[in-house]
Write a protein that binds this ligand. Sequence first.
Ligand code: ADP
Ligand code: ZN
Ligand code: ZN
Length: 721
Amino acid sequence: MTRPAIARIALNRPLRRLFDYLIPDSLELASGQRVTVPFGRQTLTGLVVEIGVEPPPGVNLKAIKGTLEAWPALPDNTFNLLTWASDYYQHPLGECLFTALPPALRRGRPAQEKADESWHPAATEAALPANAHRQVALFNAIKESPGISSSALVKAGFSRAQIRSLEQKELIIEGAKALTSPVTEDLPAPTLSAAQQAASAQMPEHTHEFSATLLYGITGSGKTELYLHYLKTHLKANEQALVLVPEINLTPQTLARFRRYFGDRIQVWHSALNDGERLSAWLKIRNGEPVILIGTRSAVLLPFNHLRTIIVDEEHDSSYKQGEGFRYSGRDVAVYRAHLNGCPVILGSATPSLESWHNAQQGKYQLVRLEERAGNAKPPQLELLDIRSRPLEAGLSRPTLNSIKETLGRGEQALVFVNRRGFAPVMMCFDCGHLEECPRCDTRLTYHRRDHAMRCHHCDFQMAASHTCPKCQSENYKPVGQGTERTEDTLAEQFPDTPIVRVDRDSTQRKGSIQAILKRVNTGEPCILVGTQMLAKGHDFPNVTLVCVVNADGGLFSVDFRAPEQMIQTLLQVSGRAGRGEKPGKVLIQTCHSDHPLLTNLCQGNYAAIADQLLAERKTGALPPYRPMAIVRAEADTMQNSLQLLDTLKPMAQSPGIEIWGPLPAVIARKADRHRAQLILCSDSRGHLNRVLTQLCQYLDQARLPSSTRWVVDVDPQETG
Ligand code: ADP
Ligand code: ZN
Ligand code: ZN
């Protein structure tokens, strides 16, 4: 056999094509391997996709410069997963493959860690003289963030000599050594309640066969305990596991629970890691170390090679779908990965996505129900409060305020859910009717009182707020509607002696601030939490016994077909924060539509019944999950250009078995001065839809479009608006 002389290389470019290079004689290559190649005047990092391809006739190919390491950065299973995802989501292969590399390796850096030691505590207390303040502080810093690097400690003001001194006293231990001699005790699996045991008995066998299980466990039922138990009893000492969590769920609490049982086997992967930490975690996974990786969406793409279990917690969470670029769903890729790998995948939620619920009904997923709360906790009582003709205090009714007062009086905590950050979503002139709009988007500006600014939540526009109407100078210019800041102010007036803790994107921007907030709440002292969705997700506050929803009506009449599902999920999740400890919980939902069937069903607390009802509606509308859907979105400097592009595509997409809606302007037709339109495609056959999309992409790649026109294909879209 003659040596293959040509290799096809993927580059980290948004191009739907690969590049051919000659393989120099001395070079051994495998697919998934990193190479350096000349590209124009630059040298780029590439990934080998195929070897031994026929050279195109009459083209002078350049040669690969060299390899970056002797082994493939992406082993076959990961490579195949990404190739599949590139095709399924219609995203260029190069960018898909590079997503699975840590930033340092994308830039062509060597696949080695910098020699920066990481430190772990080797004792529970520091037996140090009382006057050794700095050393005690250093010990505590390491105890608080095990694995912290020398350079981070130096940055925090400690000296290398102090670190050495603690090491000599055997109070701390270097990371590499800590791994071989874990300091955490090896706990047995957690003790399960009777209901948890029954659920646990139905969990999948740990075989080398694919299985998908939907764990429908109500809020506070102890799903985490079940995951821990599953891993503890099934995962062998040399195997890898992946636990996917939504962005916000990566709280120190959850992490601490996993670390208690698995010590240093636990690795994390999320957007706040720096490049060094990412490279380090990536290398452990690629080297096959028996890690249990707790990570957000992109963790599903990492190059595991002994992956034996995948768990997707809060599988309904919309943050699993990437909203730009490579628009994959971490949950769906996880299921496919388990299928490729031949291993179990467990999807857990109190409010499963309709997709997963449907799969369970079809028998594609095994359904495990856990419908009791753990410990002595009972499910909360939900109550609708019709606010149509009630006087409101900045959006809060008298009965709501009274309930908060009673809760605080019993020494307990209350949580108030508002679906908008800022002070008020609209500023309006009551003389001339003027509404302050974003100059760049078709939306209103939100008034932020803390920094006296008007902000657009859809682009980065902001300006100083004015006291008078910008149009008629009237002083009758007022905020309308509720935001978290306004609710916080009202509650501070009503309860001057109680701490109010606001949790939204604005109040948690600084690194570590959410942790500080949660710590405070977890002391259990009476307080009122005010916040957005961020509060709905996964938190376990045992002393919160009352949850108030300021306005439940947002999703009832939206044009987006997923809005009712998402609204119900959020309401049930936020309700699930009440009564998780010993004391019973109550939920008050303010609404103007207290007879709406979705809301009345919600109060029965029976998500299964609601999911069935919502699925029936999806079936009638022939919507996902009954038919796959994709959206082609276009944006341009005029609406006409956007619509025109989609109009050209429409006849190309038209074929038997494809239903097309649009082109239509998006709900927010103008965003950051770009005019947006969309073409929605549905089909009975995913394969057919995929082929049509491939053709559209091929056409679009070659089409001469006005320079400012952009397009994107979104498969299984989360938002249709
Ligand atoms: P979920 O994720 O299902 O909402 P969690 O896993 O956060 O629930 O568990 C809720 C609470 O119940 C946690 O405080 C947890 O420590 C506690 N818990 C879970 N299982 C048990 C158990 N078997 N016995 C006692 N407490 C438990
Ligand atoms: Zn006016
Ligand atoms: Zn804007």
